[in-house]
Ligand binder design. Structure first.
Ligand code: MCN
Length: 785
């Protein structure tokens, strides 16, 4: 296919899809080095219990079993995994999370032993022969109950199970705002627990080379360099001898950010047994022992004047952290949540208080949006509740309170500086597309006829592009958050681009090539993007928080520009003109006003490697590396509109229209952007419609398979109409904002607003997610839920 001259902005098909669609991807589960043996973990069926003894002899005796190991065998050779987000001023408690539980288990699914066998099925049989004697302890799964006097205690160092208490007092006087208000509306929300359901569960394969003393771990990771750093610390393996490779990874949605203790165990086993050791979890193990997301109880007050001007917001959150703190766990309900509940509005004062609580449940960490969906949900629901209270139109009240487009950069009451935005522009476009005025007329008619039709708006703003390091470390994050890249032009003019990102479905093998291609004029087809191998890529922080494009992609543009600058010098030297006489376009330096006098970037690459005639003192080759720490986050925004019809008799909700207008700054590949919006919207709708992790009072996860834990299929997916506005970010060299989470952040509240609007004026002010038909039916018929 002919190269589009400006690849940035073109909907080029994803280059990585050929191998994915033809079954040629390389996933850990499919790897089988010679001599591989298989690990299976024995996991506790109890949510809270003392371990009285572990009898392993029957398992050991099974032919083909190489060993059964417990905490006693590890003898402290593997340290605890630790949380990497030590929130300052929060009195954070960090009880140890040891790889194999020793005395007490604290959630159903915690590992107590590991079995290794020549065959995976033998390993499973042996796992079932390990006899663990438990003495069950009282269990608590709900975070509000866990804080009550007399509740079961998980960790001695955390009285009342409080893991931390964090306050964002904001920059305005919130109490004064509430005192001066005409109206205060208040609401309790439950943002339910979700189970990330990536297509590929977790897997790890470790291989040790005694000759070089190098340990290689193939693992389903979103951030292989972070895995290497943490594993080297807890295993004591020197970092330079630990190679982490995250090959193709089948989705993560945040759940493959954390370093899990069992990945360390697999490494230890490979060294101990001197055999490649592989562990692949099945879906039930995935649901029990891979992190969960969300799980907040939120108490919110919003103060306003009679005309709808919002004055202040006050929020108290009780966040369920699960039994232990996962890698980014404490940062989600605090740093990623607690600065955003002011949304798109010029609110003068706000305060957010968060208590993180230990319970006998799977640890909670980042799940697509991670804190920001919980924040957007609050403000967008509260604005609708206020509109209903004041009998104002939901679009009008939003318009009235939007931060005006000419007020950016904008300092918010909760302490962030938004980069750029035009909230009213995005809303106008969405309302035009959906035909808002007409829909309201139709709704009035429907109400007269006794039909339930609802229109829900969500005008969201998100913080993403996770960086910059000084801010990240000031919030207690134990690491810099910058982007990295190496762009290497080979003598033949072909390019290898190494990135610190680790795409696992997002498409950066295509979009990063588009960035480099735009800067260098080299066709996308000549640029290969390499990621995921700590031995060959520059140290990088990975893919999450919709950071790859603004941060890692920003670094790609800067590396390519360094090369272009060097190439310009070589071109001037070879053409015997000054650099100012040169123009660069479509991969060619031409001398202004002298047709035909030119050098292509490929010719310059050759010359740079031959090194026979380079400017005095210049190093050979065209190769540049950049570590890029941007000045600030980026803030994508938009308006989503959901239109629903609700069946009075059954409570069934049908989505009639779903319109998403998103502004992610400049778009590198609009087709990929649209794909991300589609996936994200469906993930947010899934939370609103059906997804929910359910524990019984004994801490058993009732939703431990896909029959019980419902994820949407194409049958539940509505037609999603997408459009965009473009407000570039000034915070990175390519003017981009992230898109990977926008859909999830915007869509749950658009749906809930629509359903609650359909039930108004007689229905309740709020229904907690998921809005199952039963709950909606009960709301219509005035029955308690
Ligand atoms: N893009 C673009 N123009 C922009 C912004 C982004 O063309 N202005 C393109 C990017 O170059 C990239 C894609 O859109 O190809 C997403 O980029 P970005 O917004 O930077 O997000 P990340 O790559 O950092 O991905 C993380 C984000 C998150 S946080 C979750 S969770 C998530 C998501 O991406 N998990 C996913 N999307 C996912 N998609 C798949 N298939 N699988 C997952 O696990």
């Amino acid at each position: 296919m002919a190269q589009a001259m400006k690849p940035m902005g073109a909907s080029i098909p994803r280059t990585e899809d050929e191998r994915f669609l033809t079954g040629r991807g390389t996933f850990v589960a499919n790897m089988l080095p010679r001599g591989t043996v298989f690990a299976k973990f024995v996991r506790s069926p109890y949510a809270h219990a003392r371990i009285l003894g572990i009898e392993t002899s029957r398992a050991r005796e099974l032919p083909g079993v190489l060993g059964v190991f417990t905490a006693a065998d590890l003898k402290g050779e593997i340290g605890s995994v630790f949380t990497a987000w030590l929130i300052p001023g929060s009195n954070l408690k960090t009880p140890p999370y040891i790889p194999l539980a020793k005395d007490v288990v604290r959630y159903a699914g915690e590992a107590v032993a590991v079995v290794v066998a020549e065959d995976p099925l033998v390993a499973e049989d042996a796992r079932d022969l390990v006899d663990v004697q438990y003495d069950p302890l009282p269990v608590v799964v709900n975070q509000e109950t866990a804080m009550k006097e007399g509740a079961p205690q998980l960790h001695a160092e955390a009285p009342k199970n409080v893991a931390f208490h964090w306050v964002n007092a904001g920059v305005g006087d919130v109490e004064a705002a509430f005192k001066g208000a005409d109206v205060v509306v208040s609401q309790r929300f439950v943002n339910q627990r979700l189970q990330p359901s990536a297509m590929e569960p977790r897997a790890a394969l470790a291989q040790y080379e005694p000759g070089t003393k190098e340990l290689t771990l193939f693992v389903t990771s979103q951030n292989p360099h972070v895995h290497r750093l943490v594993l080297s610390l807890i295993l004591g393996v020197p970092e330079q001898r630990l190679r982490v490779i995250a090959p193709d990874v089948g989705g993560g949605f945040g759940s493959k950010i954390p370093v899990y203790p069992w990945e360390a165990v697999v490494c230890w086993l490979a060294m101990r047994l001197d055999r490649p050791v592989k562990w692949v979890e099945d879906r039930t193990e995935n649901f029990l022992a891979t992190i969960h997301g969300r799980d907040q109880v939120q108490y919110v007050d919003l103060a306003a004047n009679k005309d709808g001007t919002i004055l202040g917001i006050r929020i108290k959150v009780i966040a369920n952290m699960g039994a232990y703190l996962s890698t980014a766990g404490p940062g989600i309900p605090t740093i990623l949540f607690g600065f955003m509940p002011g949304g798109c509005y010029a609110i003068k004062a706000g305060k957010v208080e968060v208590t993180g609580v230990f319970t006998n449940t799977t640890p909670v960490d980042a799940y697509r949006g991670a804190g920001r969906p919980e924040a957007a949900f609050i403000i967008e629901r509260m604005v609708d509740i206020l509109a209903r209270n004041l009998k104002l139109d939901p679009a009008d009240i939003r318009r009235k309170n939007f931060i005006p487009a000419d007020k950016f950069p904008y300092q918010t009451a909760l302490g962030l500086v938004y980069d750029s935005g035009n909230y009213e522009g995005a809303m106008r476009k969405a309302l035009d597309i959906v035909g808002y005025e007409k829909l309201r007329v139709e709704q009035a008619q429907a109400r007269k006829e006794g039909r339930l039709m609802g229109i829900g708006l969500s005008t969201y703003v998100e913080v993403c592009g996770l960086a910059p390091s000084p801010i990240a470390t000031a919030t207690g994050f134990q690491g810099g958050l910058w982007g990295s890249s190496t762009v290497r032009i080979h003598p033949t003019g072909k390019v290898t681009l190494y990135t610190g990102a680790h795409p696992h479905g997002q498409g950066e093998e295509t979009t990063f090539a588009q960035i480099a291609s735009t800067e260098l004029g080299i066709p996308v087809a000549d640029i290969d993007v390499v990621h995921g191998d700590t031995k060959v890529t520059p140290m990088g922080m990975g893919t999450y928080g919709s950071r790859s494009t603004p941060v890692e992609g920003g670094s790609v543009a800067l590396s390519a520009r360094k090369i272009r600058d060097k190439a310009r010098k070589i071109a001037a030297h070879l053409l015997e003109v000054s650099e100012d006489d040169l123009e660069f376009s479509d991969g060619k330096f031409t001398v202004k006003g002298v047709p035909g006098k030119a050098k292509t970037i490929q010719e310059i690459a050759w010359a740079a490697y031959m090194a026979t005639s380079l400017p005095k003192g210049m190093e050979p080759v065209l190769d540049a590396t950049t570590f890029y720490d941007p000045a600030n986050f980026v803030f994508p925004f938009g308006t989503h509109v959901c239109v629903v019809d609700v069946d009075k008799e059954t409570g069934h909700v049908s989505i009639r229209r779903y319109v998403a207008v998103d502004d992610v700054g400049n778009q590198i590949n609009p087709m990929i952007v649209e794909g991300q919006v589609h996936g994200g919207v469906l993930q947010g709708l899934a939370q609103a419609m059906m997804e929910q992790a359910v524990y019984d009072e004994n801490g058993n996860l009732l939703t431990s398979n896909f029959l019980e834990y419902l994820v949407p299929s194409s049958l539940e997916a509505p037609m999603i109409e997408t459009a965009s506005t473009v407000t570039p970010s000034p915070h990175n060299p390519i003017g981009v904002k992230g898109v990977g989470e926008t859909g999830t952040i915007a869509s749950s509240e658009a749906y809930v607003n629509a359903v609650v609007d359909a039930l108004a004026p007689h229905g309740p002010v709020h229904i907690d997610m998921p809005l199952t038909s039963e709950k909606v039916w009960r709301a219509i018929h005035g029955k308690a839920g």
